[in-house]
Ligand binder design. Sequence first.
Ligand code: NDP
Length: 450
Amino acid sequence: MAKFDYDLFVIGAGSGGVRASRIAAGYGARVGICEESRVGGTCVIRGCVPKKLMTYAAHFSEDFKDAQAYGWNVVPGSFDWSRFIAAKDKEIDRLNDIYISLLSNAGVDLLEGRGVFLDRNTLRIGERTITAETILIAVGGRPFVPEFPGRELVITSDEAFHLSSLPERIVVVGGGFIATEFAGIFNGLGSEVTQVYRGDALLRGFDDDVRAMVTSGLRTHGIDVRLECGVEKVTASDSGAYSVHLNSGKILAADQVMYATGRFPYTPELNLEAAGVSMQNNGAIPVDEFSATNVANIYAVGDVTDRINLTPVALHEGHAFADTVYGERPRSCDHRFVPSAVFSNPAVATVGYTESDAREMFTEIKVFRSKFRHLKHSLTGSKQQMMMKLIVCADSDKVVGLHVVGQDAAEIVQGFAVAVKSGLSKADFDATIGIHPTAAEELVTLREPV
Ligand code: NDP
């Protein structure tokens, strides 16, 4: 008889956990997985997927205006929030079902409930206790909201997907991925949006030109971006509205206040101490390149490890873990040159170094940059600009950074990321013939460094 109930037990059925369990089961391992919420995790249930559907919904307001400039007699209609939310929820239910079938088709046992460590091989899941030779922690993260008076009145992205109505006025706090994306979503859907951020330009960590362009782009769309600004307290009124008291002394009236001030690794209730697994101060689980923790039979992938908190990275980490431990194909996830995008308006996508990081990394760099109006807007009169920027290491001629702001940024950069990841040179870019007329052709026609 087997010594353990499972060869592998995975805690958390999100992107990383589902991928790891399916691949391990494919190699013949006896696999179980537990989930306390819905199978699919943050990305599918309350993250990337529903958020992207919301960005599509939001973009129509601009599309209707653009259509008029192209001769269409479009009468802008009103937006039906409930109808959209119902359609979005139906699609999320469909994806949730697909994820459940993927697990059962792979022969993975799905247990409902939170996994709590009793020791390094034993977990309690609800009323059940199971044992496993190897345990993978893939519990992801949860929204972080700082302490302040009125904290209990605000929502996070988790609730933003399920509001009963579209807020007429919303204050979004934070200047990162989620805040900037949701500011654009609510603005596009017709809410009056104020974004409050403590820094001097949105999207810290991105290239400075990108940050400046996104900050001014959001303002062009009518979002009231308040920089170097904080919230002292939030109070509720009898009418159901809120007052957001800023540290500048100003008070903003809002129907919803959304905090997008980062996420924390969801380790607090795992009882990791019982298994002897180390944690960093922020709750993240430190792992080596093969996602192994300090305890020999326990691994961790995805946001809970706080490496690069993106779904495709978690998928890679989970897949590499299963190949290594069950497939006799030891491999690690390469975290260099991971492309990413912010689905804001204007959108951003990027791969590689920012200009300022590249200046520190390389002795000499060349910067190529082009700002222009998208051909589509030659008829619409929109003042929106696009930007393409390349950072080139002068010694090797390799393109080490590529940044796009504007329409289809993510679709463009996904393709170019292969070139940057492969270490192609500026000369290789120059030798590639553009597709005309596209915006992306700028990236192969940039001639003079700035
Ligand atoms: P981010 O880390 O991107 O941004 C957090 C923001 O909140 C920053 O602007 C930060 O300011 C601010 N902040 C942090 N603490 C406080 C505080 N106490 N008071 C006021 N402001 C504060 O987190 P998000 O929540 O936006 O997103 C979480 C992660 O999810 C991202 O890092 C990303 O990895 C992932 N994600 C990816 C998406 C994509 O790929 N398109 C979309 C959404 C999320 P400061 O800059 O000064 O630190």
